[in-house]
Design a binder for this molecule. Structure first.
Ligand SMILES: [Fe+2]
Length: 197
């Protein structure tokens, strides 16, 4: 279940068809695949790719993707924050960023080239998104710091981030972190201010 937010307009879109319609002019494809009973909680990469083979093969054929793999991120992954820091700054890729979420949640921020306002799309289990090559965007995980996703590639090298150097991402809250994160962050700011004083 995805949530699309336009922070500047204080607008949230939760309906699948409305999300699709909103994303279409930006060249972003969004879809939902059925997930019930397809894989166990701790399925291996091979089991996941086998379970979703019909959809993955159809995507490969329609999008020209050559390979698929499964990325598995959990809170105890060594160097997790350093890894996330590579993607939570505005960047582009030379190829499409195609992700199908098997488990966990994440949030993409999109900075449209046409001057439209920045919007975010939070995606979770069963959501497929294709952010086209060249799209300015950034990404972060949600509160559980967990994501398991199928990725599709033409060339893995094309997925290297090309940073824009724009610090725009720092002005946006990772909304899917929820009120607890905001409270903790606020506490830290107050604590830092107290120490500085
Ligand atoms: Fe990216």
């Amino acid at each position: 279940m995805a949530h699309l937010r336009i922070p500047s307009a204080d607008r949230v879109i939760d309906d699948v068809e409305s999300i699709r319609r909103f994303l279409l002019p930006h060249g972003i494809h969004y879809d939902c695949w059925p997930v019930a009973g397809r894989v166990g909680r701790d399925a291996s990469q091979e089991e996941i790719l086998a379970a979703y083979a019909p959809e993955v093969e159809a995507l490969k054929a329609s999008g020209g993707y050559i390979t698929a793999d499964v990325v598995n991120v959990t809170p105890d992954v060594p160097g997790l924050q350093e890894m996330l820091n590579k993607f939570n700054q505005e960047h582009r890729h030379a190829e499409d960023e195609v992700r199908f979420i098997v488990k966990g949640r994440g949030i993409f921020y999109i900075h449209p080239e046409n001057g439209d306002e920045v919007f975010s799309i939070e995606i979770g289990e069963g959501d497929l998104i294709n952010v086209p090559a060249g799209t300015k965007h950034w990404f972060d995980l949600c509160a559980d710091r967990t994501i398991r996703a199928i990725r599709l590639f033409r060339e893995k090298a094309g997925w290297t981030p090309q940073y824009t150097g724009d610090g725009i991402a720092s002005g946006y809250q990772p909304l899917c972190f929820g009120p607890n994160h905001i409270a903790v962050k606020g506490f830290r700011i107050e604590q830092a201010a107290a120490i500085a004083a």
